[in-house]
Design a protein around this ligand. Structure first.
Ligand SMILES: CC(C)(COP(=O)(O)OP(=O)(O)OC[C@H]1O[C@@H](n2cnc3c(N)ncnc32)[C@H](O)[C@@H]1OP(=O)(O)O)[C@@H](O)C(=O)NCCC(=O)NCCS
Length: 160
């Protein structure tokens, strides 16, 4: 069954924190607790949370964060799909929705998406047009190599 992607509501935040913790592990909980509520409270550059659902159940998540300083620059983060449902296209649907969402937020004629990817996911993100290989310092909770990758985007008018 295809998933349905909608922007998160403030009421969903506790569920989304649990979901992110299930996908990314317990150390992610504190980060999600600090970040997810800002989607609804930040006066500037809130993180947009996109939720994938099947039969009403949360099965995937993606975040789109606007850079605070650099105009038309976005970060896609928190991309995760429920383990038992991976390999069915939910991640691709979420990635496309996140890219489209960033494209609707562009104020000028061109923008960029940056993303920090674990080395094992680089070929996955290449499918969506991301490239680059700038190494990022190791994370305390995830010592595997990570890289900064990027993709240019152009304005996308949201359909009515
Ligand atoms: C990465 C992730 C979001 C992919 O979600 P998904 O729903 O399984 O992805 P899709 O079903 O859309 O995959 C589309 C294709 O990419 C391939 N693919 C999936 N994960 C991949 C990976 N890590 N590396 C390379 N290819 C991958 C699939 O095999 C599929 O190939 P096909 O079209 O030839 O069948 C999911 O594996 C996940 O939640 N991982 C744990 C969290 C994580 O690592 N997030 C990324 C943070 S850097």
């Amino acid at each position: 069954m295809a998933c349905v992607i909608t922007p998160a509501t403030a009421e969903e935040v506790p569920q989304l924190i649990d979901f992110a913790t299930e996908i990314f592990g317990e150390p992610a909980r504190t980060i999600a607790e600090g970040e997810f509520p800002t989607a609804f409270t930040a006066a500037r550059c809130p993180t947009s949370l996109l939720v994938a659902r099947q039969y009403g159940e949360i099965v995937g998540l993606a975040g789109v964060m606007e850079d605070y300083i650099y105009i038309d620059t976005f970060c896609i983060c928190w991309v995760g799909v429920k383990k038992s449902l991976r390999g069915q296209g939910i991640g691709s649907t979420l990635m496309q929705a996140a890219i489209n969402h960033a494209s609707t937020l562009i104020k000028r004629d061109k923008g960029s998406i940056v993303l920090v990817a674990e080395e094992k996911n680089l070929t996955y993100y290449a499918r969506f047009g991301f490239s680059g290989n700038t190494p990022i310092h190791p994370y305390l909770d995830n010592p595997h190599p990570h890289f900064l990758i990027t993709k240019p985007i152009w304005p996308h008018k949201q359909s009515a």
